[in-house]
Each structure stands twice: as C-alpha cells, then as structure tokens.
Design a protein around this ligand. Structure first.
Ligand code: F6P
Length: 321
C-alpha cells in the first residue's frame, strides 16, 4: 500500500515543472498521502536531500519557471553502485513510490531502479526538447517554442531593416522538434534539424534563389545539434558575399513563466500520475495522446523513438518561398 511518495525533477529543467510539482503534491495530499520532496534530482536522491512537503510548500509556484526542487545533471546515476545508495535513501525515508518529473534520462533511471531494486515509480514527461515518446507533447515544450518564436520575431525586425541573413540556433542536440515548430511559426526560410543531412551548399542555393527573387532578408533556424552557427555563417559569407549574423538563443528557452498549454499539461499529468498510482498502476510513463491520458510501460517507452514529421519541413519551405 502506498502511503508516502517522493517527488523529484531530475535532468534539464523545463517551464511547467513547478506546475507539475504542485499538481502532484496537492493531489497526493488530497488523497491522504505523505509527500517528500527530493532536492537536486537524482543527485539529491543519492545524497539524501529529502524533506517533507505540505500544501503550502507549493503555493505561489503555478506560474514560475524552473523547478523549486532544483536539479543537477547526475552522470553517477548511470552506475548501479550509486543507484544502490539512492535506494537506501528511499527506504530510510519511508518512500513507497517516486513521482519523477523529467526527460528520457529520468525515464532510464526510473527503469533501472525498478528492474534492479523493485522501486515503484511513475514518470511525468517534462523537457523542452519534446523528444519523449508515447506523449504528443512534453511539459515545457510549448513554452520554449513560444520563447524562441518571440525572440525570432524581434530578430526579423532588425534582419529586415538591415537586409541581412540571420542564423539562429535553437536548443536540440539530438533532435529537431524545437527547430521545426519554431521555424514553421517564424516563417524561417530554412530549417536545419539533426535528423536531416547537413548540407551547407543546399542552404546557399536556397538563399541565392531567394536573393534572385528579390528577398532582402532571410532567417535560418538551426537546431544546436546540426552545426555551429558561426561555421554556417562563414560559409554563407564566403559563397554569397552577403551580410550574415548569428544568434544563439541558448538557455532563455529553458526559462520563463510556463505557457497556458504547458501549465494545463502539467496539472493534468501530475494529478493523473498520482491517481493512477493509487489505483495500482506502477512503472508507467504518464503522457497525453490525442487529448487523453496515455499510460505506457517504461520498457515500451524506452524501446520507442519519437520522430519529427518530415512533411512539416517541406511545408515550412513551401510557405517561406
Ligand atoms: O534537454 C534539454 C536541453 O535544454 C537540451 O535542449 C540542451 O541540449 C541541453 O538541455 C543543455 O543542457 P545543459 O543546460 O546541461 O547544458
């Protein structure tokens, strides 16, 4: 029987994590559970950075970016010896199940804890990258896209005024979900994602065609995993002899007040994860598909790869002619 849950936010923070913490804590307390907050992600779990939470611990955070539970990258958690220490902490603090709000790394950690030590958990997908499978969107993705879009709209103003080409790097080391969504919405002339071959000559040909048609400025949105923005800018300058500037949007995409969509998703998934746990569900990724809560076994989620919709790339190119 579940009496005490632990809530933790490992990995990269995402806007809406606080909203999800609030949802988990308040739903759990509503159902009479005791809640322990685990600070600093899996590192805090290893170090026993664990404290009791009550209704007041989560007041005033529904709209705040980041995570009040803090987080650090924790490569040690990939080692079983460290996971064993974490399990000792879980037991010592009387935690019966973990509510883990995080990304693919967090999911992998949860799966290891279950397989090796029988630790029960539920994972709530939160990452600006939107690369977690079995959910249409992740907590934080919509906010990050809107933040990047707002920045690019501003860059457009100066790009148009100076008749310049801008290379804008957005986050996404291994995938192009942010680049694709942002590029489409911003009307980017070119979108570059890690899933496609990086072809500087193709970029130049498309820019050249635009210039020949009288286009005075262009925006290239590239995911960080594709290439260094400066390398591309130098290549364009050499080939086309045009004015190019580079902007790396970086971590501003991870901060800020969560959007309405990120907040609603966080409220729904946080609460659903606790209630499913109380109904006997365990070791599941709790996502949203076609507007409905979608529950997936860790093993299936880890075998599934979320892929970008390549037709959106074509659409963006067609529309930004
Ligand atoms: O996973 C989220 C993410 O923001 C990625 O898009 C990015 O590549 C990475 O985290 C950056 O991580 P860090 O803040 O640890 O440098």
């Amino acid at each position: 029987m579940i009496k005490t849950i632990g809530v933790v936010t490992p990995g990269g923070d995402a806007p809406g994590m606080n909203t999800a913490i609030r949802s988990v804590v308040r739903t759990a307390i509503f159902h009479g559970l005791r809640v322990m907050g685990i600070d600093r992600g899996y590192a805090g779990l290893i170090g026993g950075d664990i404290h009791a939470m009550d209704l007041k611990s989560v007041s005033g955070i529904v709209n705040r970016g980041g995570t009040i539970l803090h987080t650090v990258r924790c490569p040690e958690f990939r080692k079983k010896s460290f996971r064993r220490i974490a399990v000792r902490q879980i037991k010592e603090h009387g935690i019966d199940a973990l509510l883990i709000i995080g990304g693919n790394g967090s999911l992998g950690g949860a799966n290891d804890l279950q397989k090796e030590f029988g630790i029960v958990s539920m994972v709530i997908p939160a990452s600006i990258d939107n690369d977690i499978p079995c959910t249409d969107s992740t907590i934080g993705f919509d906010t990050a896209v809107n933040t990047a879009l707002d920045a690019i709209d501003k860059i457009r103003d100066t790009a148009a005024s100076h008749e310049r080409i801008f290379v804008i790097e957005v986050m996404g080391r291994d995938n192009g979900f942010i680049a694709l969504e942002v590029g489409l919405g911003a009307g980017a002339e070119i979108i570059m994602v890690p899933e496609e071959k990086c072809d500087f000559d193709r970029v130049c040909k498309r820019l050249r065609a635009g210039l020949d048609r009288g286009k005075l400025s262009s925006i290239i949105v590239t995911a960080e995993g594709v290439c260094r923005g400066n390398d591309l800018a130098e290549y364009i300058l050499k080939k086309l002899k045009v004015d190019v500037r580079v902007t790396v949007l970086g971590h501003i995409q991870r901060g800020g007040s969560p959007s309405a969509e990120s907040r609603a998703l966080a409220c729904k998934l946080g609460s659903a994860a606790v209630e499913l746990l109380l109904k006997g569900s365990k070791n599941k990724l709790v996502g949203m598909q076609n507007g409905k809560i979608a529950v997936t076994d860790f093993s299936k989620a880890l075998r599934t790869k979320k892929t970008i919709d390549r037709s959106v790339l074509e659409l963006a190119e067609k529309l930004s002619i």
